[in-house]
Design a protein around this ligand. Structure first.
Ligand SMILES: N[C@@H](CCC(=O)N[C@@H](CS)C(=O)NCC(=O)O)C(=O)O
Length: 208
């Protein structure tokens, strides 16, 4: 049994979607924020950074970091074929694009949504946000260039990397504009969302 600590429209959505797709026993607990926006003290005991997703595993241990969860859970359910084998040539692009999204697009999104957190000077927030939006367009254009004929990252088979990437695409500053510029990204997003159990999770998270 897994317990996913989550928040609607946050980075927990991809992990929630993977758990639903794997059809494995899990509960989702939405973590409220205090009035000042900080994390509640009970949650800080689980994850000192106060971030979702946070995942409680079946042995009661706690895991953090969304990309690590995607990789771990995909390997845990091999019958779902959400990850190429460690020895497969496809393992390299699979890992590349999960980590690319976690290391580039996700932080750009955080700078766009929370620019005030990236300087001690409140006057810098607007510039931080503008730069984050520029970086995000670039991050997603590079991802688009890296895709083959699709619809998924590895071709015809959906993996955990696609579920993760789809969540990041949905956070673009202008999703309609993103999909107009890069139809391959729309193809990936729609192909992931065509899975009814994932669509339900996207809906719960207010995703397009
Ligand atoms: N590197 C972390 C980042 C997680 C993260 O920043 N989560 C955001 C929501 S998307 C969060 O909970 N932020 C805490 C806050 O808003 O105070 C991961 O990939 O899991």
């Amino acid at each position: 049994m897994f317990t996913l600590y989550a928040r609607p429209a946050a980075g927990s959505a991809a992990v929630e979607a993977l758990l639903a797709h794997a059809n494995t026993a899990h509960e989702v607990i939405d973590v409220p924020k205090n009035a000042d926006g900080s994390a509640p003290s009970w949650f800080l005991k689980l994850n000192p950074r106060g971030e979702v997703p946070t995942l409680r595993l079946s042995d009661d241990s706690i895991m953090t970091e969304s990309a690590a969860m995607m990789i771990y859970l995909a390997d845990l359910f091999p019958s779902k074929e959400l990850a190429p084998a460690a020895t497969s040539r496809q393992r390299a692009p699979y890992l590349r694009w999960i980590v690319y999204m976690a290391a580039n697009a996700y932080p750009s999104d955080l700078r766009m949504y929370y620019p005030e957190r990236y300087s001690t000077d409140p006057g810098h927030a607007e510039g931080v946000k503008k730069k984050a939006i520029n970086d995000l367009w670039h991050d997603l254009a590079v991802f688009n260039e890296g895709l083959g004929d699709g619809p998924f990252i590895l071709g015809k088979t959906m993996t955990a990397a696609d579920i993760y990437a789809a969540m990041l695409l949905s956070w673009a500053p202008d999703v309609a504009e993103l999909f107009a510029r890069h139809p391959r990204l729309k193809g990936l997003y729609d192909s992931v969302a065509a899975h009814p159990e994932i669509r339900r999770v996207w809906d719960r998270n207010g995703m397009p």
